[in-house]
Design a binder for this molecule. Structure first.
Ligand SMILES: NC(=O)C1=CN([C@@H]2O[C@H](COP(=O)(O)OP(=O)(O)OC[C@H]3O[C@@H](n4cnc5c(N)ncnc54)[C@H](O)[C@@H]3O)[C@@H](O)[C@H]2O)C=CC1
Ligand SMILES: O=C(CO)COP(=O)(O)O
Length: 325
């Protein structure tokens, strides 16, 4: 059972996903704390009750208390949702007590390509879970139905988080496969960039379906190599999130691919595009381990400007003929 706390659930990071999680938690808790790194953003959220920059169109209910004081936000918490972009996760962890239970919500890797849950364990956090699934903040924030997965080796912790996050519109499953759930969310972003590249080149629906399917196969091979369970990639955090991201008008990763193919800048409105950074880490790993990740490697080469989207497509289409598998 969750230890009852005066302050209620705590969300660290006031971007789109942190805000949507705070709104979701407010459906079932009388008080939710939302921490924003910048006081200017915290002040704006308190005043207009709207995250205009990161989640426009979703009102922050009065139960959500916004602060930029990190120590105060976690002072009474037994666990917190960590929702800053992966590039900022190491700094956030350094500022938190290791007795705090952590629910890692970013879908990217730590510097050097380490999984965020490994980083947290290395830093001494004992209760660690990862949250992942087809969960566009724009839809979850509006209360549209969705499902998600919370994975932890500590089953009791996973159940506490499940209980805290479950609402009539968000169905939360648990899993013990931390690596599988975490890496599904990480890799699907790269495949979504590839799908976006295809969209930007107007390659059509068959091409997008082919990228999704071959991308899923690539994800399965990589997850297997990292010791994940074989079937996790076909769950919400793998196939589910891959379909959501590679086909959605909300996805920043898909849109980034589309923009690159059109010769435009990949980032929009300062929002995080995890897949580009992830592709570089994974392509480096593939190179070092002589491991075939053709779609990931193509996305890395295109995003670094080493290959044009058209040449990347040609290379993928002209790979050695093979059996499906
Ligand atoms: N937006 C979505 O639908 C979903 C996003 N995610 C993941 O959640 C993570 C956060 O994404 P979003 O909330 O969408 O980001 P966002 O792009 O909407 O906003 C990022 C927020 O983090 C803040 N920030 C940036 N660097 C920071 C740092 N070093 N420390 C503290 N705060 C920092 C920014 O000021 C901003 O408030 C990403 O890893 C993303 O892949 C996961 C599920 C859904
Ligand atoms: O992870 C997400 C939905 O599940 C959000 O994807 P984007 O970061 O591509 O917008």
């Amino acid at each position: 059972m969750s230890r009852p706390r005066e302050g209620g659930p705590v969300v660290l990071g006031a971007g789109g996903w942190g805000s949507a999680l705070a709104v979701t938690l407010a459906q079932t808790h009388p008080a939710v704390t939302l921490w924003a790194r910048r006081e200017a953003l915290a002040d704006e959220l308190r005043r207009i009750r709207l995250n205009a920059a990161y989640l426009p169109g979703v009102a922050l209910p009065s139960q959500v208390n916004v602060t930029s004081d990190l120590a105060a936000a976690v002072a009474e918490a037994d666990f917190a949702f960590a929702v800053v972009p992966s590039v900022g996760m190491a700094d956030l962890l350094s500022a938190l007590p290791t007795s705090l239970g952590l629910v890692l919500c970013a879908k990217g890797l730590a510097p050097g390509g380490q999984r965020l849950s490994e980083l947290a364990a290395e830093r001494g956090f004992r209760q660690v879970a990862v949250l992942s699934g087809p969960n566009h903040a724009e839809e979850v924030g509006l209360g549209l139905p969705a499902a998600t997965v919370i994975a932890s080796r500590d089953e009791g912790f996973a159940h506490r988080v499940q209980q805290a996050l479950m609402t009539p519109s968000l169905r939360v499953y648990t899993s013990r496969d931390v690596a599988g759930v975490e890496l599904g969310g990480v890799l699907k972003n790269v495949v979504a960039v590839a799908a976006g590249l295809g969209d930007g080149l107007a390659l059509g629906d068959n091409a997008r379906a082919s990228v999704i399917t071959r991308g899923l196969r690539e994800m399965a091979r990589y997850l297997g190599a990292q010791g994940a369970q074989a079937d996790t990639v076909y769950g919400l955090s793998g196939l589910g999130d891959l379909v959501a991201t590679a086909t959605s008008r909300h996805s920043r990763n898909r849109a980034a691919g589309e923009a690159i193919a059109r010769g435009q800048a990949p980032e929009r409105g300062g929002q995080v595009v995890e897949g580009l950074r992830t592709a570089r880490f994974l392509a480096e790993w593939a190179e070092q381990h002589d491991f075939d990740l053709p779609i990931v490697q193509a996305v890395a080469a295109v995003s670094e400007g080493r290959l044009s989207p058209q040449d990347a497509l040609r290379n993928l289409m002209q790979r050695q003929p093979r059996a499906e598998g």
